[in-house]
Design a protein around this ligand. Structure first.
Ligand SMILES: C[S@@+](CC[C@H](N)C(=O)[O-])C[C@H]1O[C@@H](n2cnc3c(N)ncnc32)[C@H](O)[C@@H]1O
Length: 447
């Protein structure tokens, strides 16, 4: 795709003046940059399945140096050692300081969360805090919930609300709100997810109007002094710096900044840009600010969600004592949070850390529960397997094992998913594979 230079200059506004080479920028817009690896903090660089070089703006980000190996076809991907995303999306995570596990229990809201590239990183950094991942488009909730479950951390809930409605119900509550806004998506042209129309005045203004509305709601959700991180994957000034300028002029925010990102700062303090022709990624914008509005917490009293009796016998059999957990049974699924999560979680959730789901009249343990790890792991039966058996399991095949019943298959202590084992012919136990289709993969490299 060739991008017209004068269109690009008009679309970018003041941002065009900061590009040294508009021609190089327009050419780089058409490149489909390969995804990078964002590792979990407890996975070492040496354990990644490909040789990498660091992404300078985010310590947990690594660019593959061997594109002949597909990271998504390795065991490390199956164990969620890393997530794959565009390097540009790590800028917003750096602004959120998601590379450092918080030593305070932060309440965080990701207001535009699906499919979860940033929510999953926030969740891994949250310590004893809690994440509300909000996605107003209902059809995008399932992939978001699936990705959140892959972290193995149950301290999250998924809501599906318009930001204005969320602000009415949870005003003044959060320590940090991330607005990774829907935008004209100029950085997505290289992957064919946007066309040249994303440079049009009409599309930029349409997005900018929506972003103003989302940002006002985001501020209303923040406690006084809480942190706002605003990001887009577009270059137009109207969708980026101008959004923050409006809030500064209203006295609603003040700029915040991070020294580690100084090399990427735009002309506005605390606002950062990555460019496709300079930073080997699709490009992105992120800005940090402190909320100055005096929102008093308005936790509206809600009607409690109708809670059905939790299938306690089955839960005890799989997980041991769950009596200290906060459980909700919707009739189709059971979600289970640690005991001390915020009270509003029960009212707003459309998805959460699943413990069990029902097929007909039968309750089964959920994939998400099997993936919980570290101090969030649930008491259950594990079977630790070698790399060959793990690959066989990830492909969706049954495996041989010891013992019968529900067991979580692990490799080196890292959970992969469930089998249900029964006695086969010749006395051997066969574990029937319970991996959801989305989790199946063909391992090509051991990694
Ligand atoms: C840029 S994407 C978010 C990407 C996500 N943060 C990630 O890193 O994977 C923007 C999201 O905002 C959602 N969205 C659309 N309209 C919205 C609105 N009015 N308020 C909040 N979110 C909205 C879209 O459905 C989309 O999932």
């Amino acid at each position: 795709m060739s991008i017209d230079q004068s269109d690009a200059i008009a679309a970018l506004g003041r941002a065009a003046q900061t590009i040294q080479d508009v021609n190089a920028f327009c050419e780089a817009l058409s490149v489909a940059w390969p995804s990078i690896l964002r590792r979990r903090a407890d996975v070492s660089v040496a354990d990644l399945p490909v040789p990498t070089e660091p992404i300078p703006w985010y310590p947990l980000g690594h660019r593959s140096l061997d594109l002949s190996i597909r990271p998504s076809a390795t065991l490390g991907y199956g164990t969620s050692d890393f997530f794959l995303q565009d390097a540009g999306s790590l800028l917003a995570l750096a602004a959120c300081r998601a590379d450092v596990v918080s030593d305070r229990p932060l309440l965080v809201c990701d207001l535009c969360a699906a499919p979860g590239g940033k929510s999953t990183a926030l969740l891994e950094s949250i310590g004893d805090g809690f994440l509300l991942a909000n996605e107003p488009i209902r059809s995008r909730v399932a992939p978001l919930a699936y990705n959140l479950a892959r972290t193995g951390v149950p301290r999250y809930a998924v809501s599906s609300m318009d930001p204005d409605d969320l602000a009415v119900r949870l005003g003044g509550v959060f320590d940090l709100v991330l607005v990774d806004a829907p935008c004209s998506g100029q950085a997505l042209m290289g992957r064919g997810k946007q066309s040249q129309a994303s440079m049009s005045e009409h599309q930029i203004e349409h997005s900018a109007a929506r972003q103003r509305r989302i940002l006002d709601a985001a501020l209303a959700c923040l406690r006084p002094g809480g942190r706002l991180v605003y990001s887009t994957c577009t270059f137009a000034e109207a969708e980026n710096e101008s959004q923050l300028e409006r809030l500064v002029s209203l006295g609603a925010i003040e700029h915040d900044s991070r020294d580690a990102l100084a090399a990427y700062e735009s002309w506005m303090p605390g606002a950062y840009r990555l460019w496709p022709h300079l930073h080997d990624c699709a490009g992105s914008f992120a800005a940090m600010a402190i909320n100055l509005t005096e929102n008093a917490p308005v936790l509206r009293k809600e009607k409690r969600q109708r809670v059905e009796r939790v299938p306690i016998d089955e839960l005890t059999q799989w997980y041991g004592d769950t009596s200290k957990m906060q459980c909700i049974n919707t009739g189709a699924v059971v979600w289970g949070w640690p005991a001390e999560v915020p009270a509003w979680v029960a009212q707003l959730s459309v998805a959460g850390p699943e413990l069990a789901h029902r097929t007909g009249q039968v309750w089964k343990p959920s994939h998400a529960a099997g993936l919980r790890r570290g101090h969030d792991a649930l008491t259950q039966a594990f079977v630790d397997v070698d790399a060959e058996t793990a690959s066989q399991f990830l492909s969706g095949s049954p495996i041989t094992c010891d013992g019968t019943g529900w067991q979580v298959v692990c490799i080196q202590g890292k959970p992969l998913g469930w089998i249900k084992a029964s006695q086969g012919k010749g006395g051997k136990c066969i574990g029937k594979n319970q991996l959801p289709t989305a989790a199946r993969l063909t391992v090509k490299s051991p990694g």
